[in-house]
Design a protein around this ligand. Structure first.
Ligand code: SAM
Length: 284
């Protein structure tokens, strides 16, 4: 082993870079957007208190905001004329600043005010508890962020308690992520995230689940010395500088795990990994 094994999230700059490469090489955002376009209108028609003068929305782990803005414009189109107060909880300053740029670029015409919290969800909870605040929300979403929280059980329980009577909680995550993260659990002190559905069942929550498939072009992971391939491997395994940090055997084991025939389509020199995304809508 040539370097210490560090979790990807310990290096914010690298995390953001590798996530960008991952988003370019996968159809994760397109798949999420399709779910929002096809399902959200129906889901959000009933949100909001009778006679309310605004809607309150909370985004956790918003990243650079592309999915959040898609959600906000769907909500606005279902409730024309109602202003939206949107709170953002995102720990990385780089991502918040990109989200603000996106709002400047694409947010014209939307009647939305923003509160920016550069915090992790745990810090946000702590702040609420210290201020004895428990503002309620009509819509709360956690898109691809459950892997990072200290306790998914406590996070879901707490934020679910912030839902208004007609509110909805949307959780989107990729249940197959554990297949690629065993080394980050084993070598870098990453914590295992229990199955979200199991947690919801333990908490006796009512929810609907929608499973969607999307693709990820992993061709470059198999090209020696390819920089994008290295970034992708960092993001898939969540180990910073994966190729430089693990042994040749560990690297081979991960590449084999990625190329398992039942999950792969190889065509015209491209290797596409089939992945699964779960979109869960939780009732109050
Ligand atoms: C995979 S990205 C998803 C970003 C965005 N939701 C999307 O789908 O494009 C995960 C995001 O969660 C944020 N994050 C990491 N740990 C977090 C925590 N404890 N609480 C809230 N957000 C967190 C990261 O900074 C990152 O922006």
């Amino acid at each position: 082993m040539e370097a210490p094994v560090n979790l990807l999230f310990s290096d914010f700059g690298l995390y953001v870079k590798t996530f960008e490469v991952y988003i370019e090489r996968s159809t994760q955002h397109q798949c999420t957007k399709k779910f929002i376009d096809e399902n959200l209108s129906d889901l959000v028609t009933s949100i909001g208190k009778k006679g309310a003068s605004c809607l309150n929305v909370l985004g956790l782990g918003s990243g650079s905001g592309e999915m959040d803005l898609a959600i906000l414009s769907k909500i606005q189109s279902q409730h024309p004329g109602l202003p939206i107060h949107n709170e953002v909880v995102e720990p990385l300053p780089q991502q918040i600043s990109k989200y603000k740029d996106l709002v400047k670029e694409k947010g014209q015409g939307l009647n939305i005010s923003f509160i920016w919290n550069q915090l992790s969800s745990e810090e946000y909870v702590k702040q609420n508890k210290e201020r004895k605040e428990s503002k309620k929300f009509d819509f709360i979403h956690m898109i691809q962020m459950v892997y990072y929280v200290e306790s998914i059980h406590d996070t879901i329980k707490y934020f679910h308690s912030l839902l208004e009577t007609n509110g909805k909680l949307l959780i989107i995550y990729n249940p197959d992520y554990t297949r690629f993260r065993s080394l980050s659990f084993e070598l870098a002190g990453d914590h295992f995230v229990p199955d979200v559905q199991k947690v919801l069942d333990e908490l006796r929550m009512k929810y609907q689940i929608c499973k969607l498939s999307f693709g990820m072009d992993v061709t470059e992971c198999f090209i020696e010395g390819n920089e994008n391939g290295e970034h992708l491997l960092d993001f898939i395994t969540h180990i910073a500088h994966f190729k430089k940090s693990v042994s040749a055997d560990q690297k081979d084991a991960v590449l084999q795990q990625i190329r398992q025939p039942q999950f792969i389509k190889e065509e015209n020199g491209q290797i596409i990994l089939n992945r699964i995304m779960c979109a869960i809508v939780v009732d109050p």
